[in-house]
Design a protein around this ligand. Structure first.
Ligand SMILES: Nc1ncnc2c1ncn2[C@@H]1O[C@H](COP(=O)(O)OP(=O)(O)OP(=O)(O)O)[C@@H](O)[C@H]1O
Length: 362
């Protein structure tokens, strides 16, 4: 039975429809990332699941139990927000204990569980501090401890690492999935950072224009984005999107992309666009069939990689991601075998993946 099952979720503020008939299922212990650009409705969706959004319509089931009309405290969901949301007048210990007090647990049990979760998150030594006397990292850990302490079956994370430094973010990307797995806790984790989505989510749900346009394992969203909009958002540098020409061939189509040709097992859309990740663009010193001449326009270092901007003979610009900067400025470009997605510019949808490279006929 799903840890969380959302269906028909709609939220409207006046004439602004933020969410439209959204559905999402989260399996027990599963980590799902809710990914999307700023203002798309990620926080609104979490608030609706938690019972904090009065404008929400639709059904929310937790372990099969319909909580659509239940008050937030009756849902037993852990929540961690990006701004920590600690009570300023309470110590870290009292903050962490607050969900247990709301559940009317006895004092001995509260003390035991707070100590255990504080030890897990390495904040045992600051439990008596007020939030203003905690570092940002300690505040974040206190907020996480509060979300975990009631041992909820589901935790909602609203971009919890947005306001913390790079070191803590890195630590938490490793620690948090371990912690959630050890406690068999399902989670919905909001972020607009695709790297965080890749690190935190077993599946990524991409929210755009009021609906979830793709919900799939993180690597699949990266390799095979369902729409051009997802391809533009998910990845940095983003996928190359190159207008192409397509003709029917065999049972599928043959697509010409800046002097290269690929066969896809689908009919050609009227306005084909060939998408390819920068990592799948290969650079070579010598030409051969399946390669086209290119000139290096710029090389920019990015996270240990070199981002190479290229111009092909027909004027197409393409980005490659390389381990080292190319030595020459005139070189030859190919596409890794099987890489590439065919999109339809008219609908914005992906229509085929896994192309077969073909010889270019004159
Ligand atoms: N109470 C409200 N009344 C009116 N509009 C609201 C209300 N709450 C949210 N909105 C609007 O709903 C939209 C979605 O907001 P939301 O905070 O969910 O975005 P988000 O995807 O979480 O963005 P970010 O990543 O920047 O946090 C925004 O346009 C916001 O202005």
């Amino acid at each position: 039975m799903s840890a969380l099952s959302v269906s028909g979720l709609s939220v409207r503020f006046g004439t602004h429809e933020v969410l439209r008939d959204v559905a999402l299922d989260v399996a027990p212990s599963e980590r799902v990332v809710l990914f999307g650009p700023s203002g798309v409705g990620k926080t609104v969706m979490l608030r609706a699941i938690a019972g904090l959004e009065p404008n929400a319509r639709g059904r929310v089931l937790l372990q099969g139990r319909d909580v659509s009309d239940a008050a937030p405290e009756a849902r037993h969901i852990g929540v961690a927000f990006q701004n920590f949301a600690l009570y300023p007048h309470m110590s870290a210990r009292e903050n962490i204990a607050s969900p247990l007090r709301a559940q009317k647990r006895d004092a001995a049990e509260i003390a035991r569980r707070v100590d255990a979760v504080a030890e897990l998150l390495r904040i045992g030594h600051v439990l008596d501090h007020a939030p203003r006397a905690l570092s940002n990292g300690q505040k974040q850990r206190t907020a996480l401890a509060r979300a975990l302490v009631g041992e909820p079956r589901l935790i909602l994370f609203d971009d919890p690492l947005r306001n913390v430094d790079a070191k803590l973010r890195y630590e938490m990307r490793i620690e948090l999935p371990r912690l959630l797995a050890a406690r068999e806790t399902a989670s919905v984790y909001v972020t607009q950072d695709f790297r965080e989505a890749m690190a935190m989510g077993e599946r990524v749900a991409v929210l755009l224009d009021g609906t979830i346009v793709q919900c799939a394992p993180a690597a699949e969203v990266y390799d095979n984005p369902a729409t051009i909009a997802v391809a533009r958002l998910f990845g940095d540098p983003p996928m190359n999107l190159i207008p192409a020409r397509g003709v029917a061939a065999g049972g599928g189509c043959r697509v010409n992309v800046a002097g290269l040709a690929f066969g896809f097992a689908a009919a050609s859309p009227a306005e084909p666009v060939f998408g390819v990740r920068p990592e799948a663009v290969t650079l070579h010193d010598v030409g051969s069939p399946g390669r086209v001449p290119a000139r290096v326009l710029a090389v920019t270092p990015m996270n240990e990689r070199q981002i190479v901007l290229l111009r092909l003979a027909d004027g197409t610009e393409l980005v490659a991601s390389e381990a080292a900067a190319p030595a020459a400025t005139e070189l030859h470009v190919g596409i890794a075998p099987g890489a590439g997605t065919l999109f339809d510019a008219a609908s914005g949808l992906a229509v085929a993946t896994s192309p077969v490279a073909e010889e270019v006929s004159a």
